[in-house]
Write a protein that binds this ligand. Structure first.
Ligand code: PXP
Length: 323
């Protein structure tokens, strides 16, 4: 028997009695014991293609939506492929061709299990070029996240390109990478305008901000669907000392409070910047995260182990996230 919807699934579950769930923190099957008068039935709940299925004696009994179960939260990975283009531009700048190809990198990341591809079309085109972004739109099958400054030219490109989501970031010419978060308070009116245009075109909007109370409040007023919390300060402090650095704990707590506040205001919460294989387990203490955007550390690791393995290793670190 196959039941299709989450609500039906839960009705069925209730009609059988209150299940006693024993959670398996390493993922995989969860045992549900439904006690009848004298014969307990042992069910196994698994996730298959994003759906919950109940199995008894190897038979799929019913299915429901995974998002109905708090224990099934999956932290998603968006791989930022800008750094692949950075390497290409270092050798082939202005030539219109060259290797390595960020589009090929996106294909490998998706095949390795990444949930999305992130690319930043900067005004100075220092890494990703216009041809890359159009090709990415063609080939990315998961979710294309366009990082962009809130400026007329790039807003126009985004509206034509129609990525799945845009993440609005501040841009300064002299920075090596995006250094600070957006000042949403200062740009509130203009961000509301851009947010509306994007949403009208079917594009979701995220704002890249520091975990700051006032910026989070302003982001909610702008009406963006997501905020991406800037984890750069936490990452900096984490690596300052081999010994546990109390400042990194302070930064982590700022992210925890920021995520809670944003979630309470109805914003979905992503995070990114400076995340790597060492600091990621600590970062997983931040609640309510939907997606992490990670670039530099994955591309760097790929130099030694290959991109597919680098992505898989990161996903393996993320799989125990419990929200
Ligand atoms: N998120 C945003 C908004 C960014 O600007 C960047 C850097 O391009 C990242 C995530 C990824 O940062 P990193 O390359 O340090 O992983």
């Amino acid at each position: 028997m196959q039941i299709n919807t989450g609500s039906q699934y839960f009705k069925k579950e209730r009609s059988l009695g209150t299940p006693n769930e024993s959670r398996n923190r390493r993922g995989g099957a969860i045992r549900i014991v439904i006690a009848f008068a004298n014969s307990p039935l042992i069910w196994h709940r698994k996730v298959l293609d994003g759906k919950i299925i109940l199995c008894f004696d190897g038979i799929v009994f019913c299915g429901g939506r995974a998002r109905n179960a708090a224990s099934m939260i999956m932290l998603k990975l968006g791989v930022n492929i800008d750094h692949v283009a950075t390497l290409r531009e270092a050798r082939y700048r202005g030539r219109g061709f060259g290797e390595p190809d960020p589009v090929g990198a996106a294909r490998i990341c998706e095949a390795a299990g990444a949930h999305g591809i992130t690319a930043h079309l900067r005004e100075d085109r220092r890494h990703i070029q216009d041809r890359d972004i159009w090709k990415l739109r063609e080939v990315v099958k998961t979710r294309l996240n366009l990082e962009m400054a809130n400026v007329l030219e790039i807003v126009g490109i985004a509206l034509k390109l129609k990525p799945d989501i845009v993440c609005i970031v501040p841009e300064r010419r002299l920075e090596v990478t995006t250094e600070g978060g957006l000042d949403v308070i200062a740009a509130e009116k203009s961000l509301i305008g851009t947010r509306k245009k994007m949403n009208d075109a079917g594009i979701e909007v995220s704002l890249f901000i520091a975990p700051d109370e006032k910026q989070i409040e302003a982001s909610a007023r702008v009406g963006s669907q997501f905020v991406e919390l800037h984890t750069g300060q936490f990452a900096e402090e984490f690596h300052k000392s081999e010994i546990r650095n109390p400042k990194s704990e302070i930064e982590l707590q700022r992210l925890v409070s920021g995520a809670k506040q944003a979630h309470a205001l109805g914003l979905k919460v992503n995070a990114g910047h400076g995340l790597n294989y060492e600091n990621l387990p600590a970062l997983c203490r931040v609640p309510h995260l939907v997606e992490l955007n990670i670039g530099h550390s994955i591309i760097s690791r790929a130099v030694f182990v290959g991109l597919e393995k680098a992505v898989r290793e990161m996903l393996a670190l993320m799989k125990d996230y419990r929200g």
